[in-house]
Design a protein around this ligand. Structure first.
Ligand code: ZN
Ligand code: ZN
Length: 390
């Protein structure tokens, strides 16, 4: 089978590869092993024809309609028709990524282009390691060394060869955590963006503050816009709380089901504001604030019931309608705040909706959760780790 007289580096490799292949295919031990386990060794495609196990090359079979048997006879996979030497010669012209893709197509090529061949072809240990870390281990893309995250090697007894992962594959595998730096294949490191959860590739102008060092520029802008929205929303919530308390004071002072709960909820509203103001970015207290919001929500139920009762009894006054509107708004705000605080207390990862390869349903759900967090406390994206819950 081997008719090549080696005159160059590639030919020498092919020569060695053919010897290796011959060894693997003729060794009786190997044959016996192949009979017992279902992994076949690399075989000549011609010998494969006579073999009953045709599934080995199924990835190269053309899509042939059942009623056209003459086409089925002639349309054989061309690459597998070549002798082993030529398959080696063709493969030797591939880059590392393409060769790996070929190896992933079927067992034949995984064994034909065995690890020793690939390692030797790409220049031996040192250069081979550079090839490994220059390609994403999952998708085999090559975005540049500053766009690849070096993977942690396992400790003894098993030591993995060095490898890298592109940002997209690492984000899809949910391997990145905000507040951390990841090592890059370019020997630098990158922060994981606190807004989107993707690494911030090194390069560009130095960051103006510690906070924006951990954000993409665009993400920091978005965060600022959300903060402004949160501030305006907070003012609106506070105004609604004050208006509801004022209406209770003006029109329902004598009603024990309206006035006392309204005063109590007004006091608790200030307590909630104090928690927000003095929380800092290590202390969490989401559970406490969630409980307070639930209590305020509960306190607004009796006033709503009392006022609604008076309205249905026939006396439709403007003050009662206005009170009902403001009480209702308060309840809606408190309910959303309660849910948001529970989500925050569960340490929900607010960057989840930026992860790639999600179903539409999951992405929408994650966006809803993130929206509730932005509604409740968007500053949580700046929080430090480890957390303090009290
Ligand atoms: Zn990748
Ligand atoms: Zn970002």
């Amino acid at each position: 089978m081997n008719t090549i007289t080696p005159t160059s580096g590639i030919e020498l490799l092919v020569h060695l590869g053919i010897d290796h292949l011959r060894e693997k295919t003729t060794s009786p031990d190997r044959d016996r092993a192949r009979d017992t386990d279902d992994e076949p060794g690399p075989t000549s495609p011609r010998s494969h024809r006579s073999k009953p196990r045709s599934g080995d090359y199924s990835c190269f079979q053309l899509d042939i309609s059942e009623d056209d048997s003459s086409v089925a006879e002639t349309a054989r996979p061309r690459l597998l028709e070549l002798p082993g030497e030529l398959q080696y010669m063709v493969a030797a012209h591939l880059g590392f990524g393409d060769m790996q893709r070929l190896r992933r197509t079927c067992r034949h090529f995984r064994l034909l282009l065995h690890a020793e061949f690939v390692r030797a072809h790409f220049g031996g240990d040192e250069l081979f390691v550079r090839q490994l870390t220059s390609h994403c281990q999952s998708c085999l893309e090559r975005p540049g060394r500053h766009g690849l995250i070096l993977q942690q090697q396992q400790q003894q007894p098993v030591v993995d060869p060095p490898s890298s992962k592109c940002f997209r594959c690492a984000a899809a595998a949910r391997e990145l955590r905000v507040g951390n730096k990841v090592p890059l294949a370019s020997a630098r490191s990158a922060w994981v963006c606190r807004w989107c959860g993707w690494p911030i590739a090194a390069g560009g102008a130095p960051p103006p503050s510690w906070a924006s060092e951990q954000f993409h520029v665009g993400c920091y802008d978005r965060y600022h816009r959300v903060l402004w929205g949160f501030l305006l929303l907070g003012l609106a919530q506070f105004a609604v709380g004050v208006a509801a308390a004022a209406l209770s004071l003006l029109y329902f002072r004598g009603d024990p089901r309206v006035f006392p709960p309204a005063v109590a909820s007004f006091v608790l509203l200030w307590l909630c504001m104090a928690f927000l103001a003095f929380r800092g970015n290590r202390v969490r207290t989401y559970g406490w604030v969630g409980c307070l919001e639930l209590v305020i929500l509960g306190l607004w139920i009796p006033p709503i019931y009392a006022v609604a009762e008076s309205v249905t009894a026939g006396s439709v006054e403007k003050s009662a309608v206005a009170a009902l509107v403001f009480y209702g708004l308060n309840v809606i705000f408190r309910l959303l705040n309660f849910i948001g605080n529970i989500i925050l207390a569960c340490e929900y990862d607010v960057t989840k909706h930026y992860a790639p390869q999600q179903s539409l349903k999951r992405r929408l759900l994650n966006m809803l959760m993130a929206g509730l967090i932005y509604w409740t406390y968007p500053q949580c994206v700046e929080q430090r780790y480890p957390p303090d819950y009290n």
